[in-house]
Design a protein. Structure first.
Ligand SMILES: Cc1ncc(C[n+]2csc(CCOP(=O)(O)OP(=O)(O)O)c2C)c(N)n1
Ligand code: SF4
Ligand code: SF4
Lengths: 190, 580
C-alpha cells in the first residue's frame, strides 16, 4: 500500500501525543510499517502541538508536509485552520468544535477568527465536525475528548474495531479503561 | 518482537541490551528522554548530573574504572563539556564510552543550529549517525564495541527528528558485560604535556585505523539504483533522500567521521552528478571535496539553514514546485507557549516590568518572561549568563555613570548548573547587583526533572537537599532574602529595596512550580463583572486562565490555580475566591 498520513493537531494538554501513540500502535498491529513524529518541546506551556503518523508497506520519512496529509484530526478549531494547508485535495479533516484561546486572543491583542467551521467547509470538500467536548462531558470526564476523536477517526479508517479497543485498553491507565471504551464506542457509533 | 520506539527510547534500550553500567546526563531537549528511559533499567546506574561537564567527567571516571558508559546531552551541552571532551579523546576509553549529542536543526527548542559532528572531528573521535530508531538502538552497542576496540570515546550524533520520532525496533535481551579491573596507567590518564605528546601520536594512528574500519563498516553502504544523479546521505536525511528518490543510487553514510574514502571515491567515480543530503553544515560534503572530488553538490543546492524534509530535498534537486494545497484568507493568531496559570515566575516578572529594571535573563520556563505581555527581559545568552552578563553590564553602566539598575534572574537548576561560579565572581570582585534565584524546586522547562534541590535522584533514591540560602550565605553574601512569589506586596518591596541597595544581594523566590503533583490547586478565583473596570492590569500578567471579553476580564475556573496574584493587582478588588 502507498504511504498514507494522519496529522493530529491541537493544544498542549489535550492528550494529542497519547492519541497518536494509540493510532500508531493500531497501525502496527495491522502490520503496517509506521513512523510517528511529534513536536512537543513546548506542549506543557499551552503551545500548539502537532503529531504526524505515516503508514504503508514501507515508510522512509517520519514527517509530512504541505498538501500531503490524508487525514487531519484537529482537536481545536483554530489549530484546524492553521494546519489546513497540509491536507491533500482529497483528504478528510475531522474537526473538534472546540475553542481554546491563544494568549494573543486572551489578552485582547488579536481576535479569534469567526466562523472557522464555515470557512473550512467552504474550502475543503471532506469535513467532519464533532463536538467531543460535550460528548466527553456527557460521559463525566472531559479528559476522554482524545479517545472520542480516535473513535471518530476509527469510523473513517477501515481497520478492525477490536484492534482499536485492544490498544486503547493497553495504553490508558487501568482505572480509566471503562470510560475510554465508552468514549470510543460513542464516537464510533455516531 | 517489534516495538514502536522513539529514537531516545531506542538509545536507552540499546544501552540496556549492550550491557551498559553507567549513564549520566543533564537534561536538555531533545535528549532528555534518553536518561529518563534508562532509569527504568535497574541494572544501570544513572544520574542527573549538575551540568554536562560534570556528566561527561563522571562518565569518564567510570570508564577509567572499567564500566561501559553513556552520557547524553543536547548540542549546546557539549559546549559546556568541551574541555573534558578533548582531554578524554587523548586518554581514550577503558570501558566502552558513548557520548550522545542531540542536535536541533530547525531550532525547535534551542538557541542555535550548531552541528556537533564538527566536535567529533575537532576532538578526533569517531561520529556515528543513525537514521531511524532501529539504528539508534543498534549503534549504541556498536559504538561501545568501537570504543573499546579503538580506545576512544565515540560520538553518537542524533537530531530532534530522530530523537522524537517513533519507528519499529526489534528488541533483544541484555548481554551482561563484565566490568574491567582498574589498573593505574599514569602515561595514559595523567594528561601532562609529556604524556599528551605521546598520546597525540596514538590518537592520529587511531584515526587512520578508524578510517580503515569505516571502509568496511556494514552500515556505510551503497544501494544501487538508476537515474541521472546519485545521492550521499546520513542520519535522518537518508530517509528524506530515499523518500524523494527511492530509485536513485545512494551511498548511506552511518559513520560520518572518519569517512570511508575509498568507498566514496569508487561511488563518486561512477556518476556524473552527486548530491550530498545532510542537515546543517556541509560536514560530509566538505570532507569529500577535500579529497579532490569535484562532481559533488550539497549546500549549493540544498539549504544549510533549518531542518530538511523530503519536500525540500526533492524541490531543491529537481528545482520544481509542487505546492497545491488548500488556503484560507484569515488572519490566524499564533499560539505561543505561555507561563502556566499560577506559575511562580509571573509575579517576579510583573514586578521587574513595573519598575523597568534592566533584566539579564537565563534559560528555563522563566525565559517566557521575555515575551508579551510581561516583556521583562533584556538578555538571554546561555545557562548561567544571567549572573555574569548582569555583572558585566553593571561594570560598563557605572563607568558612564548610568544609574539604571540591573537584575539577574536565574532558575534553581540553572543556578546549580553554572550560576554558582558566576556568583562567586561577583562576590570576589565586589559586585553590587541583585540576583534573583527562582527556586521553583524542579527543572521545569525540560519536563520536570529532579535536581540537587529536590531531594530525589534519577534512580528514585532520597538525596540531601542543597539549601540555596545556606549556600549563598556561606559564600559571604550579607543580603540574602527569601520571598513568597504569591505575596505581591512583599515581592515588590524586597526586590525594590535590594535593587536600590548599593551592595550585592540575593533574593530567593520560593514558590514551587504550579505543575508539580505535590503542589495541588489552591483555590478558584472569579471576577465580579460589576466591579471590573476593564483596566487590563490582570491581563498584563499573561495568566492563561484570564481572558478579556467584551471589555471585562473573565477567569476560566478549570484553569485557575488560585495563586491570587491577579486579585492583588486588581485596583477595584473585583477578583475574589469563587463563592466568597
Ligand atoms: C547547556 C544547556 N544545557 C541544557 C539546556 C536545556 N535547558 C533549558 S532550560 C533548562 C532547565 C531550566 O531549569 P530551571 O533553571 O530550574 O528553570 P525552570 O524551567 O524550572 O523555570 C534546561 C535543562 C540548555 N539550554 N543549555
Ligand atoms: S511548568 Fe512550572 S515553572 Fe514552568 S511555566 Fe509552568 S508553572 Fe511555571
Ligand atoms: S488566581 Fe488569577 S493569576 Fe492566579 S491562576 Fe487564578 S486566574 Fe491566574
Amino acid at each position: 500500500m502507498a504511504v498514507k498520513s494522519i496529522l493530529l493537531c491541537g493544544v498542549g494538554g489535550q492528550g494529542i501525543l497519547l492519541a497518536s501513540d494509540i493510532i500508531s500502535d493500531v497501525l502496527m498491529v495491522n502490520n503496517f510499517d509506521v513512523k510517528k513524529s511529534e513536536v512537543h518541546g513546548m506542549s506543557q506551556r499551552g503551545g500548539a502541538v502537532v503529531s504526524t503518523v505515516r503508514f504503508g508497506d514501507k515508510v522512509y520519512s517520519p514527517i509530512t508536509g504541505i498538501g500531503d496529509v490524508d487525514y487531519i484530526l484537529a482537536f481545536e478549531r483554530l489549530e484546524a485552520l492553521r494546519n489546513l494547508d497540509k491536507l491533500k485535495k482529497d483528504g478528510i479533516i475531522l474537526v473538534n468544535d472546540y475553542r481554546i484561546n491563544p494568549l494573543p486572543v486572551a489578552t485582547a491583542v488579536m481576535e479569534y477568527p469567526d466562523n472557522i467551521l464555515e470557512t473550512i467547509k467552504k474550502t475543503v470538500p471532506n469535513v467532519v465536525t464533532i463536538n467531543a467536548f460535550d460528548m466527553a462531558k456527557g460521559l463525566g470526564n472531559i479528559k476522554v475528548m482524545n479517545t472520542i476523536m480516535i473513535g471518530r477517526l476509527a469510523k473513517t479508517i477501515d481497520l478492525p474495531k477490536e484492534i482499536w479497543l485492544q490498544v486503547i485498553k493497553r495504553r490508558v491507565p487501568a482505572k480509566a479503561i471503562d470510560i475510554n471504551i465508552k468514549a470510543f464506542e460513542k464516537a464510533y457509533n455516531l | 518482537m517489534k516495538e514502536l520506539l522513539s529514537g531516545n527510547e531506542a538509545i536507552a534500550r540499546g544501552a540496556y541490551e549492550a550491557g551498559l553500567h553507567v549513564a549520566t546526563a543533564y537534561p536538555g531537549t531533545p535528549s532528555t528522554e534518553i536518561l529518563e528511559n534508562i532509569s527504568k533499567y535497574k541494572e544501570i546506574y544513572c544520574e542527573w548530573s549538575t551540568n554536562e561537564k560534570v556528566a561527561l567527567e563522571v562518565a569518564g571516571g567510570a570508564s577509567f574504572a572499567g564500566a561501559r558508559v553513556l552520557t547524553a546531552m543536547k548540542h549546546v551541552g557539549l559546549n559546556v563539556a568541551a574541555d573534558p571532551l578533548f582531554s578524554l579523546s587523548y586518554i581514550g576509553a577503558t570501558g566502552g564510552f558513548v557520548i550522545v549529542s542531540a542536535d536541533d536543526p530547525g531550532m525547535h527548542s534551542s538557541q542555535n543550529e550548531q552541528d556537533n559532528r564538527q566536535y567529533g572531528r575537532s576532538a578526533k573521535i569517531p561520529v556515528l549517525e543513525p537514521s531511524d530508531s532501529q539504528e539508534a538502538k543498534d549503534f549504541v552497542g556498536i559504538a561501545l564495541d568501537i570504543s573499546e576496540k579503538y580506545d576512544t570515546p565515540v560520538l553518537l550524533r542524533i537530531t530532534t527528528r530522530l530523537a522524537h520520532s517513533k519507528s519499529r525496533v526489534k528488541l533483544k535481551d541484555r548481554v551482561e558485560v563484565p566490568l574491567k579491573e582498574y589498573v593505574k596507567d599514569f602515561k595514559k590518564r595523567v594528561i601532562l604535556p609529556a604524556n599528551a605528546r605521546v598520546r597525540h601520536v596514538d590518537v592520529e594512528k587511531r584515526l587512520r585505523d578508524l578510517k580503515e574500519f569505516s571502509e568496511h563498516f556494514e552500515f556505510n553502504r551503497i544501494e544501487e539504483g538508476t537515474g541521472d544523479f546519485a545521492l550521499i546521505a546520513s542520519g535522518v536525511s537518508y530517509q528524506y533522500a530515499k523518500e524523494s528518490f527511492p530509485d536513485a543510487p545512494i551511498l548511506k553514510i552511518s559513520m560520518s567521521y572518519p569517512l570511508p574514502e575509498n568507498m566514496i571515491r569508487e561511488f563518486t567515480s561512477k556518476y556524473k552528478k552527486i548530491y550530498v543530503v545532510e542537515e546543517n553544515d556541509p560536514f560530509i560534503e566538505n570532507q569529500i571535496k577535500a579529497m579532490g572530488i569535484d562532481n559533488i553538490h550539497g549546500k549549493d543546492t540544498i539549504p544549510q539553514i533549518g531542518e530538511l524534509n523530503q519536500y525540500i530535498v526533492k524541490k531543491s534537486i529537481l528545482n520544481e514546485e509542487n505546492d497545491e494545497h488548500f488556503s484560507v484568507d484569515t488572519n490566524i493568531p499564533p499560539r505561543p507557549p505561555a507561563l502556566c496559570p499560577g506559575c511562580p515566575h509571573t509575579s517576579i516578572f510583573h514586578t521587574l516590568h513595573k519598575y523597568k529594571y534592566i533584566v539579564t535573563g537565563d534559560i528555563g520556563c522563566y525565559t517566557l518572561g521575555a515575551l508579551p505581555p510581561l516583556n521583562a527581559m533584556d538578555t538571554c545568552v546561555d545557562m548561567g549568563a544571567s549572573i555574569t552578563n548582569g555583572f558585566g553590564m553593571e561594570i560598563a553602566l557605572s563607568k558612564q555613570n548610568d544609574e539604571r539598575k540591573v537584575v539577574s534572574v536565574i532558575g534553581d537548576s540553572t543556578f546549580f548548573h553554572s550560576g554558582i561560579t558566576g556568583l562567586i565572581d561577583m562576590i570576589y570582585n565586589n559586585a553590587k547587583g541583585t540576583v534573583i534565584i527562582l527556586d521553583n524546586r524542579i527543572t521545569a522547562m525540560t519536563g520536570h526533572q529532579d535536581n540537587p534541590g529536590t531531594g530525589k535522584t534519577l534512580m528514585g533514591d532520597d538525596a540531601p537537599i542543597i539549601d540555596i540560602e545556606a549556600l549563598v550565605k556561606s559564600m559571604g553574601i550579607k543580603h540574602v532574602y527569601k520571598i513568597d512569589n504569591y505575596n505581591l506586596k512583599e515581592t515588590e518591596e524586597v526586590i525594590k529595596r535590594e535593587v536600590e541597595r548599593d551592595e550585592l544581594s540575593v533574593i530567593i523566590a520560593t514558590r514551587p512550580c504550579a505543575l508539580l503533583k505535590s503542589n495541588p490547586k489552591i483555590a478558584t478565583y472569579e471576577v465580579a463583572p460589576d466591579k471590573c473596570i476593564g483596566c487590563k492590569l490582570c491581563i498584563g500578567l499573561g495568566c492563561p486562565a484570564i481572558s478579556f471579553v467584551d471589555n471585562k476580564s473573565i477567569i476560566e475556573p478549570t484553569l485557575c490555580f488560585g495563586c491570587s496574584v491577579c486579585a492583588q493587582v486588581c485596583p477595584t478588588n473585583a477578583i475574589t475566591i469563587k463563592g466568597e
